[in-house]
Design a protein around this ligand. Structure first.
Ligand code: ADP
Length: 494
């Protein structure tokens, strides 16, 4: 089962985070650019208006000063009157100061202290070369836009006119613009992320459906679940998956067909081997018997010879019936009886039967039988037959005076029997053939090639394993592993 939930949210989260951060960054840069240009425009507009107002007033002031300078009579406090009138006409004006060329106040709006100009102190104001605008905060915390207008007519310098406008309204307009832009950026970013989230959910849901479908593919039956067809890339992916499923089904059928062919070929090969082995094993004694019969027919009166041939015929027929009996055992047709078996006892009984053979070849047999070995449910006769086959093969493999060791031991949930001999070993290329029926390297009459295949059948019927390890240097070790709860499969149970 493929785990999907974590990776789905992970992928969505990662994409949303990356796109979200990038969008926020782009929106911030754009907003900053727009805000900066807009702010500059606003300030320039305000400064322009203030300068225009300042210039208009300075014309009237210069006129009055020129008149006064030329000795024309003027009403008392004409400049103060101008200042008052102008203050009333311009709501945003907070203060007006008219300075003569020496910096003396000629006229001033009521209540304004010269030291509170935001454009600088008196010397700085008196020395400005041309009209100047300054926006700054006064000591009371209010924002002020100040124009400093030097007054000239021809080469004569009449002094400086300072107008102070309130600029709090400009500041609050700029702040308003900033917040509007901020809200706009946040709204655009949120809408973008929402749309992206919806799109990602659609894509990831389709992928999830695809992954679920992959999980549901049944390799046994070749079932591939259907997927909805779509006109986009996901649709192509679905289509690709369906086609892959079909190809999978096709190749599975090919594999099954090939498996059947191999199995059939193997069956034919083993039947062939069985038939030729049988023919050889049974034909020999039959030919022998036939020869005996010819000989007896040729000289029926010769009782002594007849008895001898009858003896030989009996021997030949016994051999043939022995082969058939073993074959029956191989096919597991014999009756079996399950009972608790102590493997050590079975080993000792077999050794007693084989002792004579061991003595003839002067073989040293060492036994390492685990005294705490638990009993195993098995057919004692059959298990003894296995031990017998393994031991006889070991005896055949070792030279005169050779060495054989039989060991029993218990593991967690199985009982082991190891038969080791220091004989000539089994050539690597025949190691996977030795369990085949009728496979033998022994001379005719010495081996039937049935011992190991019968033993393997018996061990497997007990739910166990029989395997071999063999090298020319270390000899051969056959290991029989029987499960503690050994269960024999009889013909009836199958
Ligand atoms: P058989 O003993 O009648 O030949 P088996 O099925 O018992 O039949 O053995 C098959 C072959 O396996 C033997 O002919 C022999 O070549 C090989 N083999 C079995 N056991 C041993 C062993 N302990 N050492 C060397 N070769 C062995």
């Amino acid at each position: 089962m493929i785990s999907q939930t974590g990776s789905r949210t992970g992928l969505r989260g990662r994409i949303l985070l990356t796109v979200g951060l990038t969008t926020i960054l782009i929106m911030m840069l754009m907003s900053w650019g727009i805000l900066y240009r807009w702010r500059q425009g606003q300030i320039q507009r305000e400064e322009g208006t203030a300068l225009a107002v300042s210039h208009a007033f300075s014309v009237a002031v210069i006129d009055a000063l020129v008149y006064a300078g030329q000795g024309f009579e003027q009403p008392e406090g004409v400049l103060d009157h101008y200042v008052e009138l102008f203050m009333v006409q311009n709501q945003r004006l907070r203060a007006i100061t008219i300075l003569d060329p020496e910096g003396e106040v000629v006229a001033q709006s009521w209540g304004h202290l010269p030291g509170l100009w935001v454009a600088g102190d008196l010397p700085a104001i008196m020395t400005v070369p041309g009209p100047r605008v300054v926006i700054d905060q006064n000591p009371e915390g209010s924002w002020v836009l100040e124009t400093i207008m030097p007054m000239h007519s021809g080469n004569h310098r009449w002094g400086v006119l300072v107008l102070s406008f309130e600029a709090d309204s400009i500041r609050s307009r700029l702040a308003q613009g900033f917040f509007l832009l901020l809200i706009f950026s946040a709204a655009v970013t949120s809408i973008l992320l929402l749309l992206l989230w919806m799109l990602l959910s659609r894509i990831l849901n389709s992928l999830h459906t695809l992954v679920t479908a992959m999980d549901q593919v049944d390799f046994e039956t070749g079932y591939v679940p259907p997927l909805p067809s779509r006109g986009d890339e996901i649709g192509l992916l679905n289509l690709g998956f369906q086609q892959m499923g079909k190809r999978l089904q096709q190749s599975r059928q090919d594999v099954l067909r090939a498996e059947k062919q191999v199995w059939h070929a193997e069956r034919l090969a083993s039947i062939g081997r069985l038939a030729s082995g049988l023919a050889h094993e049974i034909n020999n004694p039959i030919n022998g018997v036939r020869n005996c019969i010819y000989a007896i027919k040729a000289d029926p009166e010769n009782r002594e010879q007849t008895n001898e041939y009858l003896e030989m015929m009996d021997e030949g027929l016994s051999h043939a019936s022995g082969v058939i009996e073993k074959l029956l055992g191989f096919a597991r047709k014999q009756q079996s009886g399950l009972a608790p078996v102590l493997l050590n006892d079975a080993v000792e009984s077999v050794i007693r039967l084989v002792n004579f053979k061991l003595g003839r070849k002067n073989i040293t047999l060492k036994t390492e039988l685990d005294p705490d070995l638990p009993t195993v449910m098995a057919d004692r006769q059959l298990i003894q037959e296995v031990i017998m086959n393994l031991l006889i093969n070991a005896v055949d493999a070792v030279p005169d005076g050779g060495f054989i060791r039989i060991r029993t031991q218990a593991n967690d949930d199985e009982i082991l029997l190891l038969v080791h001999d220091q004989g000539h070993g089994i050539a690597r290329h025949i190691q996977d053939q030795i369990f085949d029926p009728f496979f033998t390297t022994k001379d005719t009459g010495e081996g039937t090639g049935l011992g190991l295949s019968i033993s393997l059948g018996i061990v497997q019927a007990h739910g166990g394993i029989l395997h071999v390890e063999s090298t020319p240097e270390d000899g051969t070790t056959f290991t029989m592993q029987l499960p503690m709860e050994s269960a024999i499969e009889t013909e009836e149970k199958e």
